[in-house]
Ligand binder design. Sequence first.
Ligand SMILES: [Zn+2]
Length: 225
Amino acid sequence: MFRSRRRLHEDKADFGGPSTWPDPQVSYKDSDPNVQEGTRQFALLMDKVADLLGLPEPVITSGLRPPDRQVKAMLGLWKGHGSDYVIDLYSNKCKSCSPGAGDTARELIDLWDSNRRMIIGGVPEEVVEQSMEILEKNPLSAHQSGNALDYGTKTNPGNSIKQALDYIQSKGYANFELIDETQGPGPHWHVTVFGVTQAGQEFLRTPNQGLGDLKEAIRWMLRGL
Ligand SMILES: [Zn+2]
């Protein structure tokens, strides 16, 4: 069974994966792979499980989003779509955002509105600084601290991400919260990672065995039939 593990416009990150499967580098696209150690291990689990089950290699589409970049992104949305759009996005549409995200968005927009004149010509440094302080006090999501990963459904074909996540869940390889953002704008699976378990660590250290794993893949695909 041959399948290419390289695609265009993507990068590879070395997350320190042991050489227990053919390509332990992790793929990511338009995102910052500098996530926390537990999150890196989770990304390795996804990569190894995909190899085990014969699924396409998972591509991370969002990793670390520190306050400075979050502010820039939100300012862009605010300028492009207006205040109501941004508040609605963080209050209602974003299921993986923190419970207080809508209030935080409102606080930021109040700050920007009161500096609107200055912002039109480019955002002054002190407004950016104040915005970052607001976000540092009230993180919008687990991405801000590098404890979350997104897997976009456009970048990752079919049901492959859900299958790999279900497998990790069923084996108890990690503790994580899965949030279905597949119906929203930029459809994706959001994963907040709490940690990889002993069983998960053990799995990472155990070689995938090519043909032997075919049985495991078939068993998994046929489960419940
Ligand atoms: Zn996310």
